[in-house]
Design a protein around this ligand. Structure first.
Ligand code: MN
Length: 327
């Protein structure tokens, strides 16, 4: 039995769907000579480590694929797909990729999702029929870019794809994703969420999500188009960041103080469902306090003991955004 290790971005909807799509592509692309031999796919999740280094992977199969994750110069890696701006840890890695010019390694940062990249490459270069997987690819592309149709959709999680997103991001069973990934190729999203092993993961996560809705709702205030809330005393790590806009859809900006495993965090965002003509550049606001991000969303982190400082920064930003012009 031939084995292929598929390393994917762990606990990420796009990463998991990328692993499934790669499987379909690889089945299609493997040479006819190997066709008689069954192939076993081993799915192994990779996470970004705090120091930005590549997580140790064993690459112990004849074929080792990395999808939706950083480039590795390791010669045992035979396939690679990524779309992240930060795909290369060093300029030397980027140069290695360019020089190798490997026809099984693909990088395109213009893509909103790695799933879409693999689907397009599969169709154009390997003759893969992606039509039966169109729904899966559509949702992976939408979720990875956080292009949710509405705050309601993003918070109520009625769509099967969004429930699967919650299960993928929050699952604690290491066997869950390796089981789910191949099922993406054979089962509709609607049928997948009804599977017993998916429901088992989902149930506690949905309960926790419901609880965080109540807590954030109780804590938030929305004044002059700016939401402010402080949940730094609660264990709400990884709460859904669209909850504030669900309760206050007319808000333009949102500032929240929260607590992570290691750090206190001030999250500063803008309403993704609103056109904001005179947008305050939130990356610049965050940079002023030593944080960073994008024009529309950013964050500043603080040591656990600097909660007072985090709150002071949040209050300053809230005041600034309340004064800012609104649509
Ligand atoms: Mn991705």
């Amino acid at each position: 039995m031939a084995t292929v290790n598929v390393y994917f971005h762990n606990h990420c909807f796009d990463g998991s769907v990328s692993a499934a799509l790669f499987t379909a592509l690889h089945r299609r692309a493997r040479p006819a000579a190997a066709g008689a031999q069954a192939t076993e796919y081993q799915y192994r999740g990779l996470s970004h480590t705090a120091n930005g280094l590549f997580e140790r992977a064993d690459f112990d199969a004849p074929d080792n694929a990395i999808v939706d994750f950083k480039y590795s110069r390791d010669p045992r890696v035979t396939w690679w797909f990524d779309h992240h701006q930060s795909a290369f840890l060093t300029p030397a890695d980027a140069e290695h990729f360019r020089n190798e010019n490997n026809p099984q390694k693909f990088f395109d940062p213009k893509y909103g999702s790695c799933s879409k990249l693999i689907a397009d490459v599969g169709r154009e270069w390997f003759g893969l029929d992606t039509a039966p997987l169109a729904d899966l690819i559509h949702w992976a592309d939408l979720i990875d870019q956080a292009h949710f149709p509405s705050a309601q959709a993003a918070v109520e999680l009625k769509e099967p794809a969004l429930r699967l997103m919650l299960a993928i991001e929050g699952s604690t069973d290491p066997g869950f994703l390796p089981r789910l990934i191949p099922d993406f190729l054979t089962t509709t999203l609607g049928d997948l969420v009804e599977r017993e092993y998916v429901r088992r993961e989902l149930q506690p996560l949905l309960a926790r999500h419901g609880k965080s809705l109540e807590l954030i709702h109780a804590r938030m205030e929305c004044v002059e188009g700016v939401i402010y809330f402080d949940v730094s005393d609660l264990d709400l790590e990884g709460y859904n960041k669209f909850i504030p806009y669900y309760y206050c859809p007319e808000a333009v900006y949102c500032v929240g103080v929260g607590r992570g495993a290691q750090r206190m965090k001030v999250s500063i965002g803008s309403n993704p469902w609103m056109e904001i003509p005179h947008l305050v550049n939130l990356a610049k606001v965050c940079e002023r306090y030593g944080g960073g991000g994008h024009a529309r969303v950013g964050a500043v982190s603080f040591a656990r003991e600097d909660l007072a400082r985090a709150r002071a920064v949040a209050a300053e930003v809230v005041a600034e955004l309340r004064r800012a012009p609104k649509p």
